[in-house]
Design a protein around this ligand. Structure first.
Ligand code: ADP
Ligand code: MG
Length: 502
């Protein structure tokens, strides 16, 4: 006797009911997440097309409302072809980023969650204006049909674009709490400006305060390339999809065509290892054989490691430029580690340590000044659960002459990967993976060594300076008495002596 009712819900309905998993739990967090998702979409739209980003954000309170805000984000990115605008902003899990390339967006829902949240709390449509530069400006007013996960076009307009400008404007209302989200938003923008020294960002907040983050360079890091999946990282889902779509006539051709860095020789060796006939038609594999194939692919150790061309690091030079611009430290060292792999996903760790200047010691005991980034996104929540914190706590910092809880020292860690192992969907902290831990540890130790050299040199200089100060004070008297004792009227030139001491 079963009276269970079964039904399926649309992805939009699912996220509407479970919005906390995407980080939209309350008005404070939602205010921060909305800005973050829109800025990240704008940045992706610029960087993948080698455009130097120029972003303008205006958040204003709707007069006479209790807590309704309007967000306006404008960028000079690639723009969106007009027929893609409605699904890109009105259909959850619709994205241009389902590729193996490093981007900020991951699930095809960030921007839409923000819009959905706005719609749920205010019932206003979102306005999107965009042009790719090749045609007119298209303005759409859209709402999301939550039950059917479809965009509803409320209105549509065209504006001429004679100068062929490109970019996107997104504007909508939501129920928020800027006062309590303010600190986090400013920190997020400041850290974004740190990791992207080539970004010009303007933010006008609801109090009318203007925040300007100006670029200090026009150099962009190389954009990430798209790659095929690596055989070690493949799962059953991907494999099934590839087999059903492939036009390959044999297993050997299938492996070469659809996987990253698999040539004829590697494919032959692997098929021998997996005990699969190289001339088999891929579509003739039964489910058990596909399962066996996916396990063999994951376990085979002799595939070439993935190429890191699909990753886009900032590079030590730009990282230093960004940190100098936003924190003005007296010393900073940065390194970019060589590429490495976890579970078939390539990744690169970059780290920097900055000391002194505008960096203050951590605010309370047990705290560490740790700034984390993943694929050029600052991560602000849950630092204590992050793999970087674990590694920092493990290193014996006294060997590097610093007390990380008391000295004005800050750590910056950036992880780039086609798949960042986030622990939650809210993209805030990174899970421990031994390969990643290892890279972070060595990156930090390398910077630590350079900090140690600097601090030792600084301490020596200080002793010297103190000695000079004492000499400077007493040398004139000694010179005077000595010449009197010697019965000479001319005093010796003690400045020469001080110069010599220097
Ligand atoms: P995701 O970023 O995970 O792909 P979003 O819902 O945030 O998901 O965005 C959906 C798609 O809309 C993106 O993949 C992108 O193609 C497009 N898009 C969103 N914002 C912009 C923008 N500012 N400029 C250009 N394209 C954008
Ligand atoms: Mg996005």
């Amino acid at each position: 006797m079963s009276n269970e009712k079964f039904k399926s819900i649309s992805p939009a309905d699912f996220f509407y009911k479970n919005r906390e998993i995407a980080g939209f739990d309350n008005p404070v967090k939602a205010t921060y997440m909305i800005i973050r998702e829109l800025v990240e979409n704008s940045l992706d739209a610029c960087e993948t097309h080698k455009i130097i980003p120029e972003i303008f954000i205006h958040l204003r309170k709707i007069p006479k409302s209790l807590n309704v805000y309007e967000i306006h984000v404008q960028d000079n990115g690639c723009g969106i072809p007009f027929d893609y605008i409605p699904p890109a902003f009105g259909q959850i899990l619709y994205s241009s980023k389902y590729t193996l390339r490093q981007t900020r967006g991951t699930f095809g829902m960030g921007g839409k969650m923000a819009i959905l949240y706005g719609q749920i709390t205010t019932h206003f449509p979102v306005t999107v204006i965009s042009s790719t530069g090749l045609d007119d400006w298209h303005l759409f007013k859209l709402m999301i049909d939550i039950q059917n996960n479809k965009p509803i076009i409320k209105s549509r307009k065209l504006f001429p674009n004679p100068s062929h400008d490109h970019g996107t404007i997104v504007e909508f209302r939501f129920e928020g709490d800027y006062i309590r989200a303010k600190q986090r938003i400013i920190e997020y923008l400041k850290l974004t400006a740190t990791i992207l020294p080539y970004l010009n960002l303007t933010f006008i907040d609801p109090d009318g305060i203007l925040y300007l983050f100006n670029r200090s360079t026009k150099i962009l890091p190389k954009p990430p390339l798209e790659i095929l999946p690596h055989p070690n990282g493949v799962d059953m889902e991907t494999l099934n999809r590839l087999i059903s779509e492939t036009k390959a006539k044999s297993m050997i051709e299938f492996l070469q065509k659809h996987f990253h860095r698999v040539g004829k020789r590697t494919a032959m060796k692997f098929l021998k290892y997996a005990n699969i006939d190289p001339s088999r038609l891929p579509k003739s594999l039964n489910p058990d054989e596909i399962l066996h194939l996916s396990q063999a692919m994951r376990n085979y150790k002799s595939f070439l490691p993935p190429d890191s061309q699909c990753l886009s690091t900032i590079g030590a030079d730009l990282l230093i430029k960004g940190i100098r611009k936003e924190f003005n430290p007296e010393f900073v060292a940065a390194v970019t580690r060589p590429p490495s792999v976890y579970e078939g996903h390539p990744f690169i760790v970059e780290a920097a340590i900055a000391y002194g200047g505008n960096i203050s010691p951590p605010q309370s005991s047990g705290d560490v000044n740790l700034f984390r980034f993943a694929n050029k996104i600052p991560l602000l929540y849950d630092a204590y659960n992050d793999v970087s914190m674990k590694v920092i706590k493990k290193i014996k910092w006294w060997r590097y002459k610093v007390d990380i809880e008391k000295d004005p020292v800050a750590f910056f860690i950036h992880i780039c990967s086609t798949k960042i192992p986030y622990k939650t969907i809210g993209k805030e902290y990174i899970a421990d993976r031994p390969e990643i831990e290892y890279e972070i540890e060595w990156a930090l130790k390398n910077c630590g060594k350079r900090l140690r050299t600097y601090l030792i040199r600084k301490a020596k200089m200080e002793i010297k300076k103190r000695r000079l100060l004492v000499l400077e004070r007493y040398l004139p008297y000694i010179a005077k008495f000595a010449s009197e004792l010697a019965g000479k009227s001319n005093m010796p030139n003690y400045y020469e002596l001080l110069k010599y001491m220097d």
